[in-house]
Design a protein around this ligand. Structure first.
Ligand code: DOR
Ligand code: ZN
Length: 368
């Protein structure tokens, strides 16, 4: 990515560029990005939400936490086919599948899925940590042989990093997980590639920064935009609730610093997690924020606010593929400075969902 004046020839050597007027950047053209963490669900909703992700991203790491978790190669292959069938004509989008790890996962099944090009990674949900994690892992020791095999074959482990002990304050569960689970895991299996997913704390950002090159992290748009006050602004705000839950302002600031630092250890992962309005606005509302429709517009706003537009392409389009050992996308996309209004609600093939930034204006428009 390079800079060049709007009215002049592109100055960038490779055809990409950030285009500037004398005092502000008006267009950003960069390699097509990828979403390294997304929930696409299944059935009718899948058909409703896939187009949003496929429109903005070349590839996406698809979470396996369906009601019947994706834990076998056959299930992942069939799910991948259903996703591909929901991609609108003319969009070039590749879903990358993940294996849902359980206490009983067979290392051979994971290795076979990797060898056959079905599994791009495997996901560790501590049991009962979040939505769709009831079949998750009760003790990391129970999947030790799977992790050792993944270390050997180079299959990344994606981690939902929260302890599940309800005696631990919900705002501390990520930091405690680092101490109790992640640090020992990284120490014992130094060759294992680990993505600390959707980090929410200064402690997580520091842990990733201080670890070797096999440890990276994804960061969501919501954790860059909101702190925990957003959930309680004038009343309870279920559409601001996700897991791990947003933390204090100092943590949001640390995440913004990490995302815009240019470090290849941090990359884009929306954690877009659609739930029907009624499942969010309920006595016990579901965790998850649906940010896919305006994901790039949301992220780029943060990079602009931080004066780091030159770091956006790395975060969105380069660091993730480098970590996963995949080629970067050849195509480019463009964002233009322009006001857009995010709708209050989106109809996802019959399911009403409130998107992140509902009713707000954003200062960028995605042109494709
Ligand atoms: O907020 C979340 N929603 N966090 C997760 O870890 C899961 C996700 C979902 O599947 O809804
Ligand atoms: Zn997730």
């Amino acid at each position: 990515m390079a800079f060049g004046p709007l009215w002049d020839d592109k100055l960038s050597m490779d055809g990409y560029g950030v285009f500037m007027t004398s005092d502000s950047i008006t267009r950003l053209t960069f390699r097509r990005p990828d979403d390294w963490h997304v929930h696409l669900r299944d059935g009718a909703v899948l058909t409703g939400v896939v187009p949003y992700t496929a429109r903005q991203f070349g590839r996406a790491i698809v979470m396996p936490n369906l009601p019947d978790p994706i834990s076998t190669v056959d299930a992942a292959r069939a799910y991948r086919d259903r996703i591909v069938a929901a991609v609108p004509e003319g969009l070039n989008f590749t879903p990358l599948m993940t294996a849902y790890l359980t206490d009983g996962t067979d290392p051979d099944e994971v290795a076979r899925g990797a060898a056959e090009g079905v599994f791009t990674a495997a996901k560790l949900y501590p049991a009962h940590a979040t939505t769709g994690s009831a079949h998750g892992v009760t003790e990391v020791a129970n999947i030790r042989s799977v992790l050792e095999r993944m270390e050997v074959i180079g299959l990344p482990l994606l981690v939902h990093g929260e302890v599940t002990d309800t005696g631990v304050d919900i705002f501390d569960r990520e930091a405690v997980f680092i101490e109790q689970v992640l640090a020992p895991l990284v120490r014992d299996l130094p060759g294992l590639k680990v993505v600390f997913e959707h980090i929410t704390t200064a402690e997580a950002a520091a842990f990733v920064t201080g670890s070797g090159p096999n440890v990276a992290a994804t960061i969501t748009p919501q954790h860059l935009h909101i702190n925990r006050n957003a959930m309680f602004a004038g009343g309870i705000r279920p559409h601001m609730y996700c897991l791990p839950v947003a933390k204090r302002e100092k943590h949001r600031q640390a995440l913004r610093k990490a995302a815009t630092s240019g470090s290849p250890k941090f990359f884009l992962g929306t954690d877009s997690a659609p739930h029907a309005v009624g499942a969010k606005e309920a006595a016990c509302g579901c965790a998850g924020i649906f940010n896919a429709p305006f994901a790039l517009e949301s992220y780029v706003t943060v990079f602009e606010e931080e004066g780091a537009l030159d770091k956006f392409e790395g975060f969105a389009s380069l660091h993730g593929s480098a970590f996963y050992g995949l080629p970067v996308n050849e195509a480019t996309v463009t964002l233009e400075k322009n006001v857009i209004l995010v709708p209050a609600q989106i109809d996802a093939n019959g399911t009403p969902i409130v998107p992140f930034h509902a009713g707000e204006e954003l200062g960028w428009r995605y042109l494709g």
